[in-house]
Design a protein around this ligand. Sequence first.
Ligand SMILES: C[S@@+](CC[C@H](N)C(=O)[O-])C[C@H]1O[C@@H](n2cnc3c(N)ncnc32)[C@H](O)[C@@H]1O
Length: 1009
Amino acid sequence: MIPKSCKRLAEVDFPIAVVSAHSAREKSIRHGHPSTLHLWWARRPLAACRAMLLALLLPDPCDANCPAEFKEAARGLLGRVYRQATEAGDKALRHSLLRFIGDFANWDNSAKPAYLEVGRGLVKAAHGAEPPLVVDPFAGGGSIPLEALRLGCDAFASDLNPVACLILKVMLEDIPRHGPELADELRKVGAEIKKQAEKELSQYYPPDPDGARPIAYLWARTVLCERCGAEIPLLRTTWLAKRHNKIKKRYTKLISLGVRGNTKTKAVTLSIDRHDVPTATLPEIPSPTIANGIATCRCCPGVLSAARVRSQLIRQKGGADVVIDESGNRISGARLMAVAHRAADGLAYRLPTRRDYLAVRSAQSRTTALSDQLPFESLSPLRPSPNSRGVSGATRIGITDFGRVFTMRQKLALHVLSTIARDVESAAKRAVSLAVSKLAERSTCFVTWINSTEAPRGTFARQALTIAWDFIELVPIVGDEEFSELIDAMVEVAAQIASCCPRGGQVEQAVANEPQLPKESAQVWFTDPPYYDSVPYADLSDLFYVWLKRILQPRSLNRFADESDGWLTPKTPESTWDEAHRVDGKPKDRQFFERSLAGAFAVGRATLVDSGIGCVVFAHKSTEGWEALLSGILEAGWVIVASWPVATERTARLNAKQAAALATSVHLVCRPRPEDAGVGDWSDVLRELPNRIGDWMERLSAEGVRGADLVFACIGPAMEIYSRYSKVEDAEGREIPLGGDPEASEPHKRGFLAYVWEIVGRTALQQVLGTAEARARNGAAGALEEDARLTALFLWTHQSTSSNGASNGAAVESAEDEDAEATDEDDDEAPSGTGRKGLTLIYDVVRRFSQPLGIHLDTWNGRIIETRKGIVRLLPVKERAERLLGEDGASGVADVIERSRGGPMNYQFGFMNKAEERPAKTNGKGRKRGKSTPDEAPTVAPGTTTLDRVHIAMLLQASGKANALRAMLKAEQERGPDFLRLANALSALYPRDSEEKRLLDAMLLAVPR
Ligand SMILES: C[S@@+](CC[C@H](N)C(=O)[O-])C[C@H]1O[C@@H](n2cnc3c(N)ncnc32)[C@H](O)[C@@H]1O
């Protein structure tokens, strides 16, 4: 047994870069991966969980209290996977153990007998024959408990949500209990269900007269032009297929939809247009009929505002169903635009026919007769938080209940499958019910078509119900596709899990802050709680639940089922900031989140044996989210003893396009704080902080962690210093709280975390600009001006972590995202300025960094940044052109510069003064800004700043004014080093593929050597 005084590996080191690479790669693995069992949000990569669990379970061989028997056994075990014996000495053994942890994180090794044997052997060598118990009270999709089982531990997994619990039960109970037979049983039952459903449903999806079987129908919601009365089918793109070969840089398949309006008859006709390929350039095709929520008529110049579009759709209750007369003539509602079927060379498309509409009509008649058995439960129109939309987006177009989330034919298909699954009597029943629920996510009127891959994008691509103007209706039972595919994927998962988890775990539906286990019963408490307000799990999971409760006994599925939740998933106790729900009459806010996590962490601490260890995974892009989590941990009596960021995201995620999205989650390793922990001295804490943070930033930079990820990863070492005390006090005995008023100057009012952000910001500035800038608070001599510091800090924070260790910038576009046009247009309160170019960061983060470094955001609003709805956008240089170059633009400036050749150049162009006089703009909080008032620090330098001059040079470069640019660069070199120092620093910080980077680098090439 490991003595309490002996450190675990996770307290001293962790292979961050290797585990990050395996974690990120795992996201693209489909076959047999447990995540394909069923969708769950914010799943942790198994690689990260496996690696962290081993590091939590194993003692550090370099610790003086590490048992000698463990070291001996470990050496022997490692010899089974590594030919070369581990060198003598504890350090070498620690190194080998970390290497094994990294290698075992590789998905390819995760089921190899040799690795499994060694992993389990090491756990046994550390903990003895009795398997250690690993507890996860926010288990979700089950990554942590599944990995505990893989390592031969006992696992206790609980979650509040009944859908999560069902996934957990199938994965941790059913599959290990029945072994590979469950996979066989699932295959058999799945085939029977498919056969039965096909019998009932095929009439509603008839084959074409030539025998071709449709696999998908593309629908467009419609509105009427309020100018000419013509119908407008709402299409966000007219591309059906736009395949591109990245290596050959050629389009290989191009098919578009022709949508033409007749100005006289007001009829809108369709065509399917195939374009010549291969080609490097895209042909001209008809434009979309809706962009940014505004619809354009094809029969007249009329446009319909976003509000009018929405109001017409509300009248149609979402407009996903078509209205057809008895003869198959479409009257109104959604319009069928194209039908896809398999052909010898991939997918082919045809125009819709009356047969298609007749089939829909007969499905509608049958669905109407079933209406009392179908979902009717309400959707909440309230937005959960500024950071998440939940299901509220759908209600903006009149979809107010779950019945309307599906078309009538989709409902019929899901009803038929649910009814057959309900009557199944088999060990695979729970797994089969998951297959139907999984199909539901691909069978809503929010599923869209990705034309670059010719594949559907599921309802929850964005962790919300976001409006889709056009949508794809997949045929659920056709050949080996859809339902069969889902079953096949699940069979693979079942076989995979059965092969490496022979022991089952225990699953309970429970609220995390209610004890489920005896005190001091677990060796490891490892959990991944909700990320503040990021995902409203319960709201979203109702889309699955409305079908699951029609298949399985509601009581067995959800022990919290209650009328107050509309007989849906439990919302009240969920530990999220979600203002769509109320507790004690008040919307669930930050305080609720903090309280409920503190409760759960206290229960976790009590569940742990005295020598046990805990770990909490967290990611959030706001400092507020972090403060709420950390105060929960501290309040519950934990000490943070180490922290390891692991990059878990592929960089091409939907939300990584412009806003800096986090790629890492931080694993905070915790131990129970001793009852007799002393009181810390603030001056000692503050003295220790810069060095710890500086060293940590250096280590993390070397491991490829960048920008906001790096910022939040610094919380760990900072908290190690702060949390080991029962409290920290200043010389006057005043307690220094964790958070406080960042604008305050006294530590007991300002709070500890404000100092952490300040030190991180200062260290970052020192790295990218230099010591003078880092000390530049209130304008130190020799430092670049405030706007340069703000831009550098902004770009530094915006950099994103890449799982292969390279900085890549969050603004990179990817082919996968190319037509991901699901924008915020469905939401009046969209947090970001959708459609506006430029890099963005959360206001709170920018403010917390800049304020202590003497940067006044208000001063620069409208000049180099723009703040709207809690988001700060760095203005692209081209948007600054008028302010910098005046109405005459680059030509005018070029003339002035060229005329001054040889003479002093002070850039005091007349128009610049005019620009300074423009009315100040308001920020998100409504305060005026612009000129400093007399009693404020004179922060705005008159005339141009170094940043302005770098931008002018970039604009001259952009407009090809080579002579002027050369003259300017020469003058700048004579003026001093600042211009080039800043230009070079910014070039290293701008995203690789950005226009700014291209301009800067081209401009720098023109610098005379
Ligand atoms: C971040 S997710 C866990 C994801 C999981 N680690 C995985 O890999 O799939 C957080 C989970 O906490 C659950 N949850 C939220 N509030 C809860 C509460 N008060 N008690 C128990 N579970 C809760 C949610 O249902 C969600 O599944």
